[in-house]
Design a protein around this ligand. Sequence first.
Ligand SMILES: [Zn+2]
Length: 409
Amino acid sequence: MTALARVLSHIDTDEVVELTRALVRIPSVYRPGDPDANEARVAAFVESWLRREGFEVETQDVAPGRPNVLGWIGEKTSGARSLLLEGHTDVVTEGNPADWSWPPFGADLVDGRIYGRGTADMKSGLAAAMVAAAAVKRAGALSRGKLVVGALVDEEGGMIGVRHLVNTPIGRELDAAIICEPEDNELCLEQRGVVWARLRARGRMAHGAMPEAGLNPITCLGAILREAPKLEKQLRKRCERSRYLRPPTVTPTIIQGPPAGIGVPQSNVIPAVAETVLDVRLTAGIDADGVRDELEQLCARAAAACPGVKVEWEPVNPFRLATRVDRSEALVRSMMRGVRQATGRPPKFGGVPGSTDGTVLRMELGIPIVTCGPGNRLIPHQANEFVEAAAIVDAAKIYAASALGYLEA
Ligand SMILES: [Zn+2]
């Protein structure tokens, strides 16, 4: 029996499915201000599972109640590699439970599908990663290198978990990462980038009956919104086309005048300040300066349309540019082979419409990342979220075969 065959024989459908269900049944929506609504319980579950399997384990306190859990086998000796199988433990809110046909945290198994919040995004991917690494360990198949399973916090928020990881020794020594997000088990070498730009118009407060006494920043927001399609056009010109990703988009997502914390809206008051947030999605080919430059120009055009009103912008959080990894990378080659070995099918390639923790790993560490995981890419954050049990098992086998190929090379 080859080492790979031994590893695959340790991947059991029931184990992968039941581990996914156990993770889904531990709600891990982060709700600011509620000390019980965070990743703490699911992280503790992952930690004890990894310890029981004999992994080395490190927990990293990223924020109160929000620990990263890292478990690994092997070590990174000279000339050997360290590979991360990455998942996040937080999930988005279930929304209105009445919109669900199954209890959002029940993890019901119906006709080969598991239903619940986080089934696809991404407790199944995390479970597949855990079982894959455990199978490698149980088979005693790793002769060199380090295989790390990472269960990180706050991917759905500001990504503080991965931002913390990249500044720790275990993060800094990584050579590559597989991001286990739901992508139909396709190999995604490209991810769109995202910049949230807050644009603020400053005018002068006045009575609504006497607009001539003030400068209305809300009118200026209108000018900003009219200019947004031009920004989108410019970005499409400057970014490269991709077979796997939609071109750049610019979408207004928030509009407030006056913004919360700056004033209270009143029907007869022209506020001094109004703001909008543009959700800007990018493909490769533009750098941070290029994006800044385009946003400055948009502000200048909007201001020119509203004499006297000042328009400025700031990023809501650090830029996440588009990422792309070459097919010639060792990780990609190992995964292409891994998909064939694990499923008997040729690999399919795809692209990630949004950004992931992998974006931060790629930008901060410069390492190759491939996003590949079980679950339909459109299902995350919807009611009746589900994942196919068979896809989770495939993912676990793909991770195990790819990891072995990459680390043993
Ligand atoms: Zn996710």
